[in-house]
Design a protein around this ligand. Sequence first.
Ligand SMILES: C[S@@+](CC[C@H](N)C(=O)[O-])C[C@H]1O[C@@H](n2cnc3c(N)ncnc32)[C@H](O)[C@@H]1O
Length: 264
Amino acid sequence: MELSGVIMNFSILSFRFARTASLFQCKVPKYFCTCSTLRKEVPKNLKGKSKSSQEWLIRQMKDPYVEKARMSNYRCRSAFKLLEMNDKYNFLAAGQCVVDCGAAPGSWTQISVEKTNSLGSRRNEAIGRVIGIDCLSIYPIEGAILLNNMDFTSKEAQEKLLGHLQGQKVDVVLSDMAPNATGLKFMDHEKIIYLAYNVLRFSVQVSVVEGTMLVKIWDGQEADVLRKDIKRYYNNVKIVKPNASRSDSSEKYILARDFKGLGT
Ligand SMILES: C[S@@+](CC[C@H](N)C(=O)[O-])C[C@H]1O[C@@H](n2cnc3c(N)ncnc32)[C@H](O)[C@@H]1O
């Protein structure tokens, strides 16, 4: 399949999401990231805080992954989702080129730097490359190129990414991107599916044959259509729910391996 054909397909696939496209603009820094703090202090005064803030603080305190992340120097508990999925499916390796979409605060990028050896700290192994992008700012991570304050879906971000890649093919595209949740399930679902289609379009353009894409979604009615669309480009597609992903969350990951390539 040629690239122009693929882009056309994606235009059709994305059409249904276009009507709400204006909602998908990444306005920051409204995003309330559950990873924003790893402190385990007992909140001194919950009074005056909204019910949801109180619940969030209490949940953080009880969460074993929050403590584990702090002990392991990861910037956020999401680290354990990626570690768990990689332990099982082993898609990250030294020497690879990885693009991490929705990288802030940076734990997936930290793991990608370790696994790909992008710092060159393991002398007898190949040296990889890691590029992280987020619409928020990310504190520097040694061994990674970080594109801050950039909406992944924007033309500018796509051009910047391609500019950094300079024709190099990508082994693994990761996306833990999550839009600002409105609380309206169907709308939040559409927003994340829109992001996922953008990740798929990017992955198809830049991936090596046999490459991997890992993308987060919130479950809902479009999930199956997305999975089927991904199957057109990847031979091996799985839905994964790591233990570190809260059981009361509709969060899931689509792990797509063995990219078929676009042929000639
Ligand atoms: C759950 S956090 C990612 C956590 C990250 N994997 C880590 O381990 O540190 C989701 C991120 O997606 C980012 N995001 C959401 N929409 C985005 C977009 N359109 N472009 C870039 N980043 C986006 C948010 O700013 C947020 O930082």
